[in-house]
Structures are given as structure tokens and as C-alpha cells.
Design a protein around this ligand. Structure first.
Ligand SMILES: [Zn+2]
Ligand SMILES: [Zn+2]
Ligand SMILES: [Zn+2]
Length: 293
């Protein structure tokens, strides 16, 4: 497909020429759905995904994992229909060793200005992207209105922005709780209450309806709360795994972290130690048949 007259395609080719993996987004700033062969992840997934598969599908499949720097792929017949319908362009920040701190609103921007070192910023519809040098694990809703987009994620391309890009600071790394991190005994995960709600704004890549997600979550929380301390952690693991599997075929993000925090809170409420609850839920989310984050 010829780039002339298609600004999204032109932007993607410019990104690719600069070494930045790009992909088209459809209406609603969401990735295009997988093709029939890749539906339900039947193909096994792309080699660059979390669970490396063998898929070499030429279509714009597997959300962020479709991002490429290869102009012959970007202009291929298999991508042409997507470009005709494209409503935006995205890039894969982790693929070019960058992290985007996605600030969704004025409050989030105010928090960043008070807390994070200055770097390159790009205005978005209601907020800003703060872009740092260095890649990290992605996570949604690490604070109200704040997402981290780096590895296994896409960010909307809205131009180069302004300001000098600086190195990923510890303050941003600390926003994402790592699976293997166990706080010392007695230390409280003080950010927990602020993260404890799921809503549609943290699930922009979710294919399910809000009632579907809420019903699944409420049933899961009830199962955890019905247990005594001894059984609740394994129940929390099972609920987390079940909920994450519900979203395995969504392009993501589905706000799974926010769902996870609510399961952690339910487990704590019946006496499971906080670090144990967090580990059980994190492991459950990551054990799911996955794709979505
Ligand atoms: Zn495919
Ligand atoms: Zn595939
Ligand atoms: Zn989903």
C-alpha cells in the first residue's frame, strides 16, 4: 500500500525508519483483532510474546506484538486493510528501550510534576505521556490515572514531544511491584487502598462488558472471603488465574492489576498475610493462559 494520503501509514513508516516498532490502531485507539488463524491464540502466539509461540502470521495480529520496524511488513497487502481503517498509530516502547508513563488527567500530571524527574513529554487527549530512557515491566493503574507502558505494551504515537529525555528513575520502577519482590516482614504495602478499584478506564483493551468483568470479580471475591485464612491464599490464586484467563484473548490492557489488588484485599480481610496474598495473586495472574496484560 502506498503511503501517500494516509498520514497514519506515513507516521508508522517514519517510526520504523527511526528504529521504533509501529502498528496501526483502530477506532477507539485499540489494536485490530486477530485474524481467524490467530483467533483464541490458536496459533500459539508470536515468538516475541511472553509465552513464545511460533506464529508468523502476516496480519496485524496479537496487539503490541504486531509492532515492527520492517517497512515491507508495514506496507504489505496483509496490513493494507488495517491502514485503510486505522484511526491512530501506536509504537512498542519496550522494543526501543523506552518507558512511557501515561498520565490520564490533570491530577496525574500534577503528581508527576511533584514526584518524577523532568523528561520528554507528549500531550495526549486529556493528559500527557512522560517518556524515559530504559525499559521495564508494564502495568496499568499503578496510581489513579497512571499507566506504565514499556515491555509487552503499546503506546499511542502522538508526535515526538518536547524536552530532553532522561533515564528511567527509581521512582517509576518502584511503581510496579515485581513478582519476586517480598517486602521485609512488617512492612506495609501502603499503596494498596489507592489501587483497589477496577473500572473501564483501566481496561481500554478489554473485549468484555463491564457487567461481565464485575460479576466475575464479585464471585471471585466472595469465594475468597468465604474461606478461612488457611484456604484463602490458594483460593485467591485460583480466582486470579481464572479472571486472567477470562481476558487471555483480549488485546489488553484489561486492568488485571486492578482486579488483582481487589483479590489481594479480600484475602487480607480474612487474615492472609499481605505479602503472601500478593504473591498468590501475582502468581495466579501470571499462570493464566495469557496474552493480555
Ligand atoms: Zn493472524
Ligand atoms: Zn498468530
Ligand atoms: Zn479483557
Amino acid at each position: 500500500m502506498h503511503p501517500a494520503g494516509n498520514p497514519h501509514l506515513t507516521a508508522a513508516l517514519n517510526l520504523a525508519a527511526a528504529g521504533v516498532p509501529a502498528l496501526p490502531l483502530r477506532e477507539g485507539k485499540l489494536p485490530f483483532g486477530n485474524c481467524r488463524t490467530c483467533a483464541e491464540n490458536a496459533c500459539g502466539g508470536r515468538p516475541n510474546m511472553k509465552r513464545a509461540g511460533t506464529c508468523h502470521c502476516p496480519s496485524v495480529c496479537h496487539a503490541w506484538a504486531a509492532a515492527t520496524t520492517d517497512p515491507s511488513v508495514i506496507t504489505s497487502p496483509a496490513w493494507a486493510a488495517a491502514w485503510r481503517q486505522a484511526a491512530a498509530v501506536a509504537y512498542h516502547p519496550g522494543g526501543v528501550a523506552l518507558t512511557v508513563v501515561d498520565l490520564d488527567n490533570a491530577d496525574a500530571i500534577a503528581w508527576a510534576r511533584a514526584t518524577l524527574p523532568a523528561t520528554r513529554t507528549v500531550p495526549t487527549t486529556r493528559g500527557e505521556h512522560w517518556i524515559y530512557r530504559g525499559a521495564m515491566q508494564s502495568a496499568n493503574a499503578v496510581r489513579p490515572g497512571v499507566d506504565i507502558k514499556s515491555r509487552m505494551a503499546y503506546a499511542r504515537w502522538l508526535g515526538p514531544g518536547t524536552g530532553t529525555m532522561t533515564a528511567l528513575p527509581p521512582a517509576v520502577l518502584a511503581l510496579v511491584v515485581k513478582e519476586e519482590t517480598t517486602p521485609p516482614p512488617g512492612q506495609v504495602v501502603s499503596s494498596l487502598p489507592g489501587r483497589a478499584t477496577w473500572d473501564r478506564t483501566v481496561a481500554i483493551g478489554c473485549r468484555h462488558t463491564e457487567p461481565y468483568v464485575r460479576t466475575g470479580l464479585d464471585r471471585g471475591l466472595a469465594l475468597v472471603r468465604a474461606r478461612t485464612e488457611s484456604g484463602a491464599a490458594s483460593q485467591a490464586f485460583g480466582v486470579a488465574r481464572f479472571l486472567a484467563t477470562q481476558h487471555a484473548q483480549c488485546p489488553g490492557p484489561c486492568g488485571l492489576d486492578a482486579l488483582g489488588w481487589q483479590i489481594v484485599a479480600a484475602a487480607i480481610s480474612v487474615g492472609v498475610p499481605e505479602t503472601y496474598a500478593h504473591r498468590a495473586v501475582t502468581n495466579g495472574l501470571q499462570t493464566a493462559e495469557s496474552g493480555a496484560a
